[in-house]
Write a protein that binds this ligand. Structure first.
Ligand code: G4P
Length: 526
């Protein structure tokens, strides 16, 4: 198969949701369709659940939370699908944001009863900023939930998406009878526990046909007829182009646990979802069809074996063909590196690959050379853009709890920050190290890993901070003036960028008012 054919058959995406909406369940069902895992029916099995999520780290196993972002590849109808799993725990939201830079599209899972939840809002905002095409899957239709139209209104309003239902539920909860697939004019009847057969899918070209009445209770048939009329009037017609331009999001309804509505979405997904897209670098746009290999590190993961500090760097291939044992340029270090055992991820299995193509993710063994955002090329000096850091929500000063291990502590903190586990700010006034995280759990992970992997001990000291804001100014004098006035609150991030650590929202507001020539950035993409 030619390189261009390989590119054309790839679909790389992430499933995102607020915890508990059903992301893991949906992922499992997709893997089932791809034959990546086998299980009779849709019996809930923890074993599968475990293999559908990554558990590289001991700490994850201990806590039972999937801290990691894993990659699952499988083939379905000739299409190579790469699902990048994202951590369900909101304390690891930064991981998810970074993963979103490595995908070409996203499926957002919304719980029909809970509607749009905070985590979903944040994640979709990141997708919107990057114009990532989004499909919405409304899950748990076997439960009582919100009215379909109310929910679509909520999605439009809260997620700022223009939606277009491609399937429509018939009843819900106790009454859930199935979905009408608007995209293919098919009625699909619901049988609990995934016991669907071919006969449960009925072609209906015209909803006034009595075939509908023969299969659906009268009240629900009438409702469906009325509702599809409203859909035709109110929502834009589906257009693949609008979806690909992130202007329109198709919506599907189903029940992941019952494996219902999942295949419809997957079949549509492989038809419409984008193939590997171009990637922006600071220097130029890289097209996937280019002959020369380029890729970037979007995730660094501590290795499975806690006795070795080695890590895996996850690289998204942007162009060309990645080959095992070939020399590539690590642009930041200006050093040639070759990789003898790059891994690919097929479902829960890892295996060594000789070649990988744009859209693929390879795992590279990393003894500590890589940092999130690093670029690999065949020699060209490129730097991929857009691995954002957001202001952390929680801050603590980190102190050495074992003076004999100061070096280990420094190295540990440095490497854990390179992995992107948290953000480090060094106060300019006294070199105090402040760690910023999205949640409490990250502090615990850092402390645990410093002790177990680096033999260093730390303790935390509470600091009262509201936000870390990256600051820039066109005029150096203005910047100097700002830094002088605010010297007690100034710090450097790990890349040496100036950061203003605001103690309160009010203090930030005052600073913005008092220094109109200073630009305040809420992400590190400055
Ligand atoms: P997440 O990855 O988004 O956090 O969600 P996950 O798939 O783990 O699902 C969260 C809970 O919702 C699970 O139940 C799961 O079984 C349930 N669930 C998923 N899809 C559906 C659905 O279509 N209908 C219904 N009724 N429930 C669904 P749990 O009790 O929290 O976990 P478990 O003990 O069953 O594993």
């Amino acid at each position: 198969m030619s390189r261009l054919d390989e590119i054309a058959k790839r679909r790389t995406f992430a499933i995102v949701s607020h915890p508990d909406a059903g992301k893991t369940t949906l992922t499992e069902k997709l893997l089932l369709f791809g034959g990546a895992i086998q299980v009779a029916g849709a019996v809930k099995s923890n074993k599968i659940k475990r293999s559908a999520t990554s558990d590289f780290m001991e700490i994850e196993r201990q806590r039972g939370i999937s801290v990691a972002t894993s990659v699952m590849g499988f083939e379905y109808q000739g299409i190579k699908i790469n699902i990048l799993d994202t951590p369900g725990h909101q304390d690891f939201a930064e991981d998810t944001f970074r993963t979103l830079t490595a995908v070409d599209s996203v499926i957002v899972v919304v719980d029909v009863a809970k509607g749009v939840e905070p985590q979903t809002r944040k994640l979709v905002e990141v997708c919107r900023r990057r114009d990532t095409p989004i499909i919405v899957f409304v899950n748990k239709m076997d439960r009582e939930g919100k009215d379909g139209f109310d929910l679509l209104d909520e999605i439009e309003k809260e997620l700022k998406l223009t939606v277009c239902p491609l399937s429509w539920p018939i009843g819900m909860g106790q009454d859930f009878t199935g979905v009408y697939n608007i995209y293919e004019n098919k009625l699909r009847l619901f049988r609990a526990h995934g016991k669907q057969t071919e006969e449960d899918t009925i072609q209906i070209d015209d909803l006034s046909s009595e075939i509908l009445d023969q299969n659906v209770p009268e009240r629900l048939a009438e409702e469906l007829r009325g509702e599809t009329e409203i859909i035709n009037e109110v929502y834009p017609k589906f257009s693949t182009e609008d979806y690909l331009n992130a202007k329109l999001s198709p919506v599907f309804f189903g029940s992941a646990i019952n494996n219902f509505g999942v295949k419809e979405m997957l079949d549509c997904f492989i038809q419409i979802a984008p193939t590997p897209q171009s990637c922006e670098t600071e220097e130029r746009v890289v097209e996937p069809e280019e002959e020369k290999f380029t890729g970037f590190v979007f995730k660094i993961h501590a290795n499975i074996d806690p006795k070795h500090r080695d890590r895996i760097a996850f690289v998204r291939i942007c162009s060309g063909t990645f080959e095992r044992n070939k020399n590539y340029l690590h642009v930041r270090h200006n050093k040639k590196l070759k990789f003898s055992s790059p891994t690919s991820f097929m479902a829960a299995k890892k295996s060594i690959v000789d070649q990988a193509f744009p859209g693929d993710i390879v795992g590279l063994h990393d003894p500590g050379r890589f940092k999130i955002g690093d670029t690999l090329t065949e020699g060209e000096k490129l730097n991929f853009k857009g691995i954002p850091s957001f202001s952390p929500e929680m801050f603590k000063a980190v102190l050495n709890a074992d003076p004999m291990k100061a070096k280990q502590l420094e190295k540990g903190i440095d490497q854990l920050m390179d992995e992107g586990l948290a953000q480090l700010f060094t106060m300019t006034i006294n070199n105090k190290k402040i760690i910023g995280t999205v949640g409490q759990l990250q502090f615990e992970v850092i402390q645990y890993r410093l002790e177990h992997e680096y033999g260093a001990k730390c303790r935390y000291e509470g600091v009262s901070l509201h936000k870390a804001i990256w600051v820039t100014a066109e005029d150096d004098d203005k910047m100097y003036e700002f830094k002088k006035k605010k010297h007690r609150f100034m710090a450097l991030d790990k890349d040496g960028k100036d950061v203003f650590l605001a103690e309160s929202a009010w203090m930030l507001k005052m600073a913005q008012e008092d220094f109109p020539d200073i630009q305040f950035h809420f992400t590190s993409e400055v």
